[in-house]
Design a protein around this ligand. Structure first.
Ligand code: NDP
Length: 305
């Protein structure tokens, strides 16, 4: 039986690194600042933004939240980004997605100064990551990488399987594990015999967006399993398939008509794996903690320009 992979110690370490980094910078006369840009009134994104802004304040550095109407034009938004690029008091810029359909999100994200790109999505940072240069890299894979390093200091030669090849999770995760000298396999929707490949892995990172896809059949005994997926289950049959009748998740579903579930079939994976991260409360907090680290890195980098 696996142990639940507690991400909190890694989260706490990252937050404490960000806090001491902020203190050092403030003592040197530089107040790190994150500016979050949000368009429209997507309720989930409002909660995310509030959390990020609050966390900056808790760690002792500055944050701003620029809120725009859904009707803002692409050119107005671009002008805002360019203004923030030129503002020396702003060190990190984060555009909260989704953006409205009439705005080309790629154009907006690519306009962010790569050295202020705390999400790490800019092509310059993607390139820096792929050739092993210093830069700002995506927060979810960076946070998961810290978690993996804390659990397994000897990564060299380990086989890591990543399920999913998105630009924001799967691909950067693969680059980071490769840099740590893992042998990396990336599985995707066209992969043949994915279970057979995944069963060879010492480390599995699931970033698919398919609830409960990865079960015991995908896992080698003792594997470390990081579940990035966040899926909202609203279907009673699906909930019945993945959760035990007397479980907390089942009662949460019965109360709210919805429950969050990962890409890993948790109860099944726990029969075989070494450690499995829970959803929610596993990878999510690592992502936001690494965003704070990226803000401090961006502020530190600005001193050397
Ligand atoms: P995407 O939808 O961009 O990518 C999903 C990937 O999964 C694709 O590469 C797709 O393959 C692959 N895939 C789909 N079905 C299968 C299958 N049956 N077998 C193998 N691979 C498959 O998702 P994201 O990477 O953006 O997000 C993945 C999950 O992680 C989502 O649930 C998302 O909500 C969550 N997430 C959580 C974060 C956190 O902080 N915890 C942060 C970011 C995301 P193909 O390329 O062939 O289509």
């Amino acid at each position: 039986m696996a142990e639940i992979w507690n991400t909190q110690p890694t989260v706490d370490r990252l937050l404490s690194e960000a806090k001491s980094g902020a203190e050092r910078l403030v003592q040197a006369g530089l107040i790190p600042k994150l500016t979050v840009v949000r368009v429209g009134n997507h309720p989930a994104s409002r909660v995310y933004v509030q959390k990020k802004v609050q966390m900056c304040q808790d760690l002792g550095f500055g944050s701003d939240h620029l809120q725009f109407e859904e009707s803002i034009s692409e050119s107005e938004l671009l002008a805002t980004i360019i203004g923030l690029n030129n503002d020396k008091t702003v060190h990190g810029i984060l555009v909260q997605l989704p953006l409205p359909d009439h705005v080309n999100a790629e154009k907006i994200l690519n306009a962010i100064d790569p050295d202020k790109d705390v999400d790490g999505f800019h092509p310059v940072n993607v390139g820096r990551l792929s050739i092993g240069q210093d830069g700002l890299f995506p927060c979810t894979p960076m946070g998961v990488m810290e978690l993996i390093r804390d659990a397994e200091p000897q990564l060299s030669g380990k086989h890591a399987v990543i399920v999913g090849r998105s630009n924001i999770v799967g691909k950067p995760m693969a680059q980071l594990l490769l840099q740590a000298n893992c042998t990396v396999s990336i599985l995707h929707s066209r992969t043949q015999n994915p279970q057979q490949l995944a069963r060879q892995a010492d480390i599995v990172v699931a970033a698919v967006g398919r609830p409960g896809l990865i079960d015991a059949d995908w896992l080698k005994p003792g594997a470390l399993v990081a579940d990035v997926g966040i899926n909202e289950l609203t279907d009673a049959d699906q909930v019945a398939r993945f959760t035990a009748p007397d479980s907390k998740k089942r009662s949460a579903f019965e109360r709210n008509g919805r429950v969050l579930y990962g890409d890993v079939n948790f109860d099944s994976a726990m029969q075989v794996a070494g450690k499995v991260t829970p959803v929610p409360g596993g990878v999510g907090p690592l992502t936001i903690a690494h965003l704070m680290v990226n803000c401090i890195r961006a502020a530190e980098r600005s001193r050397h320009e």
